[in-house]
Write a protein that binds this ligand. Structure first.
Ligand SMILES: Cc1cc2nc3c(=O)[nH]c(=O)nc-3n(C[C@H](O)[C@H](O)[C@H](O)COP(=O)(O)O)c2cc1C
Ligand code: SF4
Length: 464
């Protein structure tokens, strides 16, 4: 009896999960990219080693490991090329990748680790899952090159728990690379050894924070560590560790194959290469779009088919739910790169572009965002654990028609008391959207407080 109940539950769970499986059909295979490097020539079926090699895959690894007079690259040369390229971490903070690699104490006598952050849980972001599902060898090759550059022999890819099929796909790709002598001992006949393993989490957003990820990878509760010490000196199992995002590693093979200068020239100064944007919300064609850094936002919006049903653009969250919202007029003047979006008062973050049209209620939007951060707070620090709950409760009461005239000040004050006072940046991520919503759309909050009527579904009401 219990067996049949369990199998019914399993069948139902499979059914639900299958709806979230990445098909890529809608998200990455539309051909509306500009000069793509990572998503180029993918069709959903050509993810295997032979396909990747046909696209020029593993040539960069062969290039650096080539032996003989005047060929091959030393680890220092690889790091110098990555520095030159202007590649910045695609996981959110945009930290220069070459500089991060140079922090690894290469001469450290004990074990050193390389970790790929594929936890991708930022609302709006769906690029890493497609890279791993449809071009997994780009990540493997990028990690092998990084390991060579930093003198590392063991690596892990920590994959978000709710994309289990992607984890299985990645395992298969690792097996292919091992069998072909592209991973393991004496890679391609050189003296370079690199063992790569895949690991999966269980769906907690906080495990994307690099030190929480390390804790989880060690088999502990995924809670962020105090920094310093930083992972470069005290990382996985207390050993020097470099962590980069999936897309960061996937960018490396093209960069090394074509050279750092060519990569830099694809984008703009200080913002090299291409970037994959996950465009969602009120556009005709939501999906992943790979375009050169510095592409105008207006062009990206056009690639995504423009604002849905011909409505008017109201606002954009340009870099995932943690980045401050920007009004339409500001956004239409921006180019999509770290510096331009920062100058406009937000962050490029993970590159999840959430488009909101004029039917969207900002109070309702903030209510959803606040709920997410309250739910995902790991609870270690008081300002975040208590503050995220306060933020949600206050926005919720405004939305329910019970707002008080003092609530705007209260929201700002709670956000003030979270930001900069927590162990990890989740606290900041919860506070920043609140401040930005109030800064740009205060009138909507005040109008709702003045109305004193519950807004069961304010967006629907606006649409009607
Ligand atoms: C709450 C929180 C969640 C994060 N989630 C992710 C994530 O899912 N993927 C990711 O690569 N980085 C995430 N980060 C950033 C990582 O801590 C880290 O900066 C990043 O993996 C470094 O890689 P990069 O230099 O290639 O960007 C998160 C940070 C915070 C504070
Ligand atoms: S800021 Fe929040 S998520 Fe980060 S450690 Fe503190 S309680 Fe945990």
């Amino acid at each position: 009896m219990s067996v049949s109940v369990n199998s019914a539950v399993n069948a139902e769970a499979k059914n639900v999960l299958s709806q979230f499986a990445a098909t890529g059909v809608q998200s990455s295979f539309h051909g509306r990219h500009i000069s793509p490097q990572i998503l180029a020539d993918l069709n959903g079926g050509n993810w295997r080693l032979k396909d990747y090699e046909a696209r020029g895959g593993y040539q960069a690894l062969r290039k650096i490991l080539a032996q003989g007079e005047g060929v091959g690259m030393t680890p220092d040369q690889v790091i110098a090329d990555v520095k030159l390229s202007g590649l910045r971490g695609r996981g959110g903070a945009g930290f220069p990748t070459g500089l991060k690699w140079s922090f690894m104490p290469r001469q450290f006598p004990g074990q050193k680790y390389l970790v790929c952050n594929s936890d991708e849980g930022e609302p709006g972001t769906c690029k890493d899952r497609d890279i791993m599902q449809f071009n997994p060898h780009s990540v493997i090759e990028g990690m092998a090159i990084a390991a060579y550059a930093m003198g590392i022999t063991v690596g892990y890819n920590y994959i978000h728990g709710e994309i289990f099929a992607t984890y299985q796909r990645f395992e298969e790709a690792i097996e292919e690379a091992r069998a072909a002598g592209l991973l393991g001992e004496k890679i391609l006949g050189s003296n370079f050894d690199f063992q790569l393993h895949a690991s999966h989490g269980f769906g907690a957003y906080i495990c994307g924070e690099e030190t929480a990820l390390l804790e989880s990878l060690e088999g502990k509760k995924g809670q962020p560590r105090f920094k310093p010490p930083f992972p470069a000196s005290f990382g996985l199992y207390g050993k020097p560790t470099t962590i980069n995002n999936t897309e960061t590693f996937a960018a490396v093979p093209w960069l090394i194959r074509n050279g750092g200068q060519a990569y830099l020239e694809c984008g703009k100064p200080n913002n090299g290469g291409t970037k994959i944007y996950s465009v969602s919300g009120d556009v005709e064609f939501p999906g992943n779009y790979e375009v050169p850094m510095g592409t105008p936002f207006a062009t990206l919006l056009e690639l995504a088919g423009g604002v849905r049903k011909g409505r008017t653009l109201k606002a954009v969250i340009p870099g995932g739910s943690s980045s401050p919202v920007l009004p339409a007029a500001v956004m239409m003047e921006c180019t999509m790169d770290y510096d331009s979006i920062a100058k406009a008062g937000s962050m490029l973050g993970s590159g999840a572009v959430i488009v909101m049209d004029d039917s969207r209620c900002m109070v309702e939007s903030l209510k959803r965002l606040s709920y997410f951060y309250m739910h995902e707070s790991c609870g270690q620090c008081t300002p975040c654990r208590e503050g995220t709950g306060w933020l949600w409760r206050v926005v919720e009461r405004i939305h329910n028609g019970l707002g008080r005239s003092s609530d705007m000040d209260l929201l700002n004050s709670v956000a003030d008391n979270i930001q900069g006072r927590t162990i990890c940046a989740l606290g900041d991520a919860a506070a920043m959207p609140v401040r930005a919503m109030i800064k740009h759309f205060r009138h909507e909050f005040e109008a709702m407080i003045g109305q004193k009527t519950p807004q069961a579904n304010a967006s629907a009401a606006v649409q009607a």
